[in-house]
Write a protein that binds this ligand. Structure first.
Ligand code: NAD
Ligand code: WQD
Length: 348
């Protein structure tokens, strides 16, 4: 592969993961060359075989850990990447409370090692996976990018620290091109049902849990709180189809090509749906019952969280297109075709 700032090779860290794999598909379909850098700590190499089958294109794989400088130097030089889309990270909020050192090491130290390697290689274009979690407890809704930043758990703090690092790096060297994308709640799957979300153990997130109840892997859903100040008492979130989210990364890369800059944008739909609305939409899409029980609130949860998506429309020319019915249909298509998820390379 050619090495230059004109390169159309994108190094995708965490490219075998849920959002990364969908983004690889969109990148390949759009004509980019894709090199994945992943240690498969939360994914399976089988994902990449499926991405290749879906697109009829080859994915170059660098198996490695983002904390390994030598492995990163090799991947950047060998792939000839002109830009990095950085998904690799640990993402379980509850786990981060119990294992903060592991989270700071993997997410913060790993990103620092990546930025150093990029700097050495002269690759200064980066799209980073941030999260709506950097807004902390919403002070006002919808959440605009100007909302004060705060974090309420170690996972969120890793995202906030990385965002600050990126802003500092751009401040010191304005030739960097950095897009910070703040995802709301990614759900759904590729329309083929060949790739999708495959959480380890008991899912923490709502959609995979609901999907596993619908397919019969779990008996019923616990709804964490029925007494929030929302129309039906259950929590409101801004669910966004993972393919819309993936396409937002391509728009961010295009925008970075226009000039050196550092920006942060929300990737959400702007609409909040309640847990009960999700349950009903999923029942409709799957034709299966999703039994539930109202349980007590989950610690750390907020009543409502949804985006103001206007800045992404203005800056990137991007808006989410797929509605809730489509999110549930595609999640069900994936879940029903792959009731046990991907085959794991190693037992987890
Ligand atoms: P995921 O766990 O499915 O994917 C992450 C990938 O990174 C996995 O393939 C994993 O093996 C890899 N990885 C982790 N640590 C690594 C390391 N040290 N070296 C190399 N590879 C490593 O998660 P996802 O849902 O696809 O999330 C991708 C990114 O988006 C993460 O940074 C996450 O924090 C962020 N994000 C996710 C959500 C969400 O709800 N899924 C929301 C907001 C932000
Ligand atoms: C959604 C709603 C729950 C599970 C988390 C992270 C956030 C971001 C996205 C990475 C809430 C309710 C859930 C269940 C339920 N990740 N729920 N029963 O909490 O909005 O965001 O994932 O950056 O940082 O915190 O998503 O899917 O866990 O919950 O009732 O079994 O579903 O209470 O109202 P959340 P979620």
């Amino acid at each position: 592969m050619a090495s230059s700032s004109e390169s159309n090779v994108i190094l995708v860290t965490g490219g075998a993961g849920y959002i990364g794999s969908h983004t690889c598909v969109e990148l390949l379909v759009a004509g980019y060359e894709v090199a994945v850098f992943d240690n498969f700590s939360n994914s399976s190499p089988e994902v990449l075989a499926r991405v290749e089958l879906l697109t009829g294109r080859r994915v170059h794989l660098y198996r490695g850990d983002i904390r390994d400088s030598g492995a990163l130097d090799h991947a950047l030089a060998d792939s000839g990447a002109g830009a990095v889309v950085h998904f690799a990270g640990l993402k379980a909020v509850g786990e981060s409370v119990v294992q903060p050192i592991r989270y700071y090491d993997n997410n913060v130290v790993g990103t620092l090692r990546l930025l150093e390697a990029m700097s050495r290689a002269g690759v200064k274009s980066l799209v980073f996976s941030s999260s709506a979690t950097v807004y902390g407890e919403p002070q006002s809704l919808p959440l605009t990018e100007e909302h004060p930043l705060a974090a309420t758990n170690p996972y969120g703090r890793t995202k906030l620290v990385i965002e600050d690092m990126l802003r500092d790096i751009h401040h010191a060297d304005p030739s960097w091109r950095i897009a910070i994308l703040r995802y709301f709640n990614p759900v759904g799957a590729h329309a083929s049902g060949q790739i999708g979300e495959d959480p380890m153990g008991v899912p923490n997130n709502l959609l995979p849990y609901v999907a596993q109840v619908a397919v019969g892997r779990r008996e019923y859903l616990n709804i964490w709180g029925g007494d929030y100040p929302t129309p039906d008492g259950t929590g409101l979130r801004d669910y966004i189809h993972v393919v819309d989210l993936a396409q937002g990364h391509l728009k961010a890369l295009e925008r970075l090509q226009t000039a050196a800059q550092c920006f942060s944008v929300n990737l959400g739909t702007g609409t909040g749906y309640s847990v009960l609305e999700i349950v009903r939409a999923f029942e409709q899409a799957s034709g299966r019952a999703v039994p539930y029980r109202i349980a007590s609130r989950r610690s750390g949860d907020v009543a409502a969280c949804y985006s103001d998506p206007r800045q992404a429309a203005e800056l990137l020319g991007w808006r989410a297109e797929r509605d809730l019915a489509r999110m549930c249909q595609d999640a069900w298509n994936w879940q029903s075709q792959n009731p046990q998820g991907f085959t794991r390379a190693e037992p987890r």
